[in-house]
Design a protein around this ligand. Structure first.
Ligand code: ZN
Ligand code: ZN
Ligand code: ZN
Ligand code: ZN
Length: 521
């Protein structure tokens, strides 16, 4: 059970030991484990503009500084700006007169534009400006001229330090390139060449470098290494402009001064007054795919089309793991049983057998962590062996980025009587509620108090520990074992086996609230 603004009541432990509500967890079908946001690799699939839904290739997005060319945000309130049209009366330029704009009211006398307007005569023309429908800011407020086309080239503001920043950017790009080349060079020298064909030069004892030198060519290494561009260092100077004389006496009009948010939205310019706000290009959004860090399989992958909100792969934990919901709990009193009602829902299309067990002891948990670490190490070793010939280090990097498993931090300070048997929860059947035939009631153990379709409610007797204070929140935890039918057919296993039923375990922690006040007073 997860809430949008409230603290979570029921939390599941990820393999790494972090607690999360079920809605924030993913399920890897290949490892058969829960994965939290830290246990998956986040990859950018595509860039798109959330306003015009244009798909932009990542290289182009980089050039455009992750901003859309055509859409703008309001500099005042950060909402999207809309293009508005207005009929404006303009003077047709006389043969040698400069074009002047008349009142920008838009409600003047409208005149049909004649095919041959005589010079000096006012005519109506459609002009476009940007306006915010949320705060009423528009481009006319800051004196940006209206554009004759809707997708007009809006003037870009000039920044005082633009050239300096461009130089710095160039410099640091060359530094990064240089470091990358050095790393590649090191990698190339480290990894043995595994060519299928015998090298002719090896037999003669000649290396490529020697041949190059004999032929009078430059060393290939020298070609590769481009030294970073030199750049003038910034120098601190003592001479700064003095403050204006009236800075402490002049009355401030806060309406004319930009807010911190407005300034930070323009990092390059940071305008102090509102009349210097310029429309900003809208930031691009991304579509992300998530990948299990241990087995490199995709956990979440969305469709490429920006207007689609569907997923190609959606392994959300809520689709695979039984959901535990807190229904109610009687007032908690020390040394006395209180009844806790939990609801468990089976989201899968197969019947689930559920067993509720005690949490593993600390030593057992440590053992589990050690096992996980070993498994992670062996998988990273095998992947690095696999790709050692390919000289791509990305896979090994990802494996080493695995979140270290740790002990679950939540301290359990309540105990409960374990249910004496396992029980079955029926599979999810979306058409079941329309069925007129009532299913025959199956014999349920006593602790199950209610059953409907793929849900059950059960009653547990809970007791806070003796050492609890009135301010402590009572937390109980249990291991939830459930059967899961895996539809993934492994290549190594015999194909005749088909889907396999497996028992999986996850640790669940439920917050029951504080001790009853009547008891503590
Ligand atoms: Zn995790
Ligand atoms: Zn756009
Ligand atoms: Zn606005
Ligand atoms: Zn996995």
């Amino acid at each position: 059970m997860a809430f949008f603004m409230l603290p979570n009541v029921v939390e599941y432990a990820c393999v790494c030991g972090l607690l999360n509500p079920l809605t924030k967890l993913y399920f890897c079908r290949y490892c058969m484990k829960l994965r939290c946001g830290f246990c998956v690799c986040h990859e950018v699939d595509s860039h798109f503009c959330s306003n015009c839904l244009e798909n932009i290739p990542s290289s182009e997005a980089k050039i455009r500084k992750n901003r859309c060319n055509t859409c703008f945000n309001c500099p005042s309130c950060q909402h999207t700006l809309s293009v508005r049209a207005a009929n404006t009366i303009i003077q047709v330029p006389a043969p040698e007169a400069v074009k002047t704009e008349s009142d920008a009211g838009g409600n003047g006398v409208k005149k049909e534009s004649t095919p041959e307007p005589s010079p000096g005569k006012p005519i109506a023309r459609k002009l476009y400006y940007l306006s915010c429908l949320h705060c009423r800011w528009n481009t006319r407020d800051v004196g940006i001229p209206d554009q004759p086309v809707a997708t007009g080239q809006w003037p870009e503001p000039e920044y005082a330090n633009a050239t300096r920043f461009a130089l710095l950017l160039e410099h640091y790009q060359s530094v990064v390139l240089h470091e990358k080349q050095e790393k590649q060079e090191l990698w190339r020298r480290k990894t043995p060449k595994q060519s299928k064909f015998p090298s002719m030069t090896d037999r003669t004892g000649l290396t490529v470098a020697m041949i190059r030198r004999q032929m009078g060519w430059a060393d290939s290494k020298a070609q590769l290494k481009s030294a970073p561009l030199a750049i003038n260092k910034s120098v601190a100077s003592e001479t700064v402009d003095g403050l204006p004389a009236d800075i402490f006496t002049k009355e401030l009009t806060l309406k004319k001064i930009s807010t911190l948010e407005q300034r930070l939205a323009h990092p390059a310019k940071q305008p102090v007054t509102v009349n210097k706000l310029f429309p900003q290009h809208k930031l691009l959004s991304i579509k992300r795919s998530l990948r299990c860090r241990q087995c490199d399989h995709n956990v979440i992958k969305s469709e490429y089309n920006p207007s689609s909100i569907k997923y190609r792969i959606a392994m959300f934990a809520t689709y695979h793991v039984p959901e535990v919901r807190f229904v109610r709990c009687e007032p908690l009193i020390k040394g006395q049983d209180s009844f806790l009602t939990l609801k468990i829902i089976n989201p899968t299309i197969n019947d689930m057998t559920i067993t509720i067990m005690e949490l593993p002891m600390e030593a057992e948990e440590q053992l589990m962590i050690d096992e996980l670490k070993l498994a992670a190490e062996s998988s990273s070793a095998s992947s690095s062996l696999m790709i050692s010939g390919l000289s791509t280090s990305s896979l090994t990097k990802q494996a080493s980025l695995m979140e270290d498993p740790r002990m679950v931090e939540a301290k359990v300070n309540g105990s409960f009587r374990l249910p004496d048997s396992s029980f079955v929860i029926n599979h999810r059947d979306d058409s079941a509620e329309f069925d007129e035939v009532v299913q025959s009631q199956q014999e349920d153990p006593k602790f199950i108090i209610w059953r409907k379709a793929n849900q059950i409610a059960m009653k547990l007797a809970v007791q806070p520990n003796e050492d609890c204070n009135a301010d402590n929140e009572i937390v109980i935890g249990f291991s939830l074992q459930y059967t899961y039918v895996n539809t993934v057919v492994e290549k190594s296993s015999t194909p005749t086996k088909g889907p396999q039923k497996q028992a999986l375990t996850t640790r669940v922690f439920v917050k029951l609230g504080k001790l009853s006040e009547a008891a503590s007073s």
